[in-house]
Ligand binder design. Sequence first.
Ligand code: ZN
Length: 178
Amino acid sequence: MDVRVRPMPMDTLVELVNGWGAEPRRAGARSHVPSRADHVHRAGLPPEVADRLTDADLADFADVVFGIFARPSTAERVERISALLTGLAIRPDLVIDGDRVRPVWLTAEDDALLAAALLALRAQVAEQDPGRLGICVDGGCADVYVDISPAGRRRFCSVQCQNRARAADYRRRHRAAR
Ligand SMILES: [Zn+2]
């Protein structure tokens, strides 16, 4: 059965990858996944489709999308997004939502989560700055981020990781100076 999806909001995409992805969880030593309902209902899917997703579905999804962030260059990320999009059947469609006309896409229910994420990543790399997808450079973290800062020079997933790295750097320099 085909269902209608929208591009996943980027902050939700990041939360899903970091919450369920094997590598972000391993690096951050997180044994539990977040509450599913809080996250999947913001993912751009029909609610009944979101309700049927399991933790295993989300873990598989998160690892696939993490693999896009982990590619070392824009060219390789584009290649990966393109290959994944080509593997799904996604058709453009329209709906009336109140008095607004909105663009949506039709895809198979089993592909809906990945399709919503790929549509968002496609827009990010094609219409925004493609260099703004990243993985935190802190040694104890592998969380992904999308840099929305004006300067576009972000390297950490969060202020916490940035502060931790700064403090470690300070201690290193302090020790070296003695
Ligand atoms: Zn981090």
